[in-house]
Design a protein around this ligand. Structure first.
Ligand SMILES: Nc1ncnc2c1ncn2[C@@H]1O[C@H](COP(=O)(O)OP(=O)(O)O)[C@@H](O)[C@H]1O
Ligand SMILES: [Mg+2]
Length: 259
């Protein structure tokens, strides 16, 4: 059974005088536990796809199904992680993590232990009572991940979550997030314009065209690469081969420059 299905999804943004065709006939599906990357230049519609999956935007055409049901019926099952962490500066780390259960009016005490355990798992023991300003960018993104995971989402949408971080922190977080999501058997869609990140983290890469956004080509990531940590992946001979194939694919398309 497919877990998530996008079937001939198109999207237009309308303004008073004009409209932009952001997505044209996007179709792909994910199996449970699969990790797929959407890779393409800025403006090709990656975030629009995630917003549609998250139910924040309604697609103008086509169908989006999660476990065979329209996505609108499953919004609580979706976790979203963005480039900016959106932690509330006036709340402690623990209160930030517990925001989801609180909004959903669930008993907070049931979630405290899981929150502390998840923070421990991402290497953040003892920060529960600190405030976001005292944490580094990488630490804050880990808190944002925990805040998402505490709601036990069925699917995680990651919109360039590491692009504001320095390179070393980014590689470490790719590794951590990748391992954590595999351990918890989470299904995930990662949006990125970074070929290396897409190869290091995902099982399959969908390369996108721009103007309007569409899927150009799908690349399977070889099993040897999927089983290695992001730093090791980048040293593998098969990494370079796949990198070059994807580079050529992006390069030959109009607007295919990586930004
Ligand atoms: N709210 C909006 N109103 C009008 N056009 C938009 C809006 N959001 C995005 N777009 C346009 O839709 C296209 C896809 O945008 P987006 O999904 O943000 O791309 P990406 O995430 O790949 O950079 C771009 O041409 C962008 O300018
Ligand atoms: Mg975007």
């Amino acid at each position: 059974m497919t877990f998530l299905t996008l079937d001939q999804v198109s999207h237009h943004y309308f303004s008073k005088r004009d409209y932009t065709k952001a997505l044209d006939n996007i179709s792909f599906s994910l199996k449970k536990g699969e990790f797929v990357a959407l890779l393409g230049p800025s403006g090709c519609g990656k975030s629009t796809i995630l917003s549609i999956i998250a139910g924040i935007l309604e697609n103008t055409e086509g169908n989006v199904l999660l476990e065979d049901k329209p996505i609108k019926q499953s919004q609580l099952a979706i976790g979203y992680m963005l480039q900016q962490d959106y932690l509330f500066p006036w709340k402690t780390i623990l209160d930030n993590v517990l925001i989801g259960p609180k909004i959903n009016k669930k008993p907070i005490s049931d979630f405290k232990e899981t929150a502390i355990q998840l923070l421990q798992e991402v290497g953040l023991s003892g920060v529960e009572d600190s405030y976001p300003t005292s944490l580094s960018g990488g630490m804050r993104q880990r808190v944002a991940l925990v805040r998402t995971l505490i709601n036990d989402p069925k699917i995680l949408l990651l919109d360039e979550p590491f692009s504001a971080l320095d390179y070393q922190t980014k590689l470490k977080l790719e590794d951590l997030v990748g391992r954590l999501l595999k351990n918890y058997h989470k299904t995930a869609v990662l949006v990125t314009h970074d070929i290396g990140e897409a190869i290091a983290m995902s099982d399959r890469i969908l390369v996108m065209n721009a103007n309007p956004g569409s899927i150009a080509k799908s690349f399977e990531v070889p099993i040897e690469l999927r089983q290695s940590a992001p730093l090791t992946v980048r040293k593998h001979s098969k990494y370079q081969i796949l990198f070059d194939r994807i580079w050529d694919e992006l390069d030959k398309r109009e607007g295919g420059d990586i930004q």
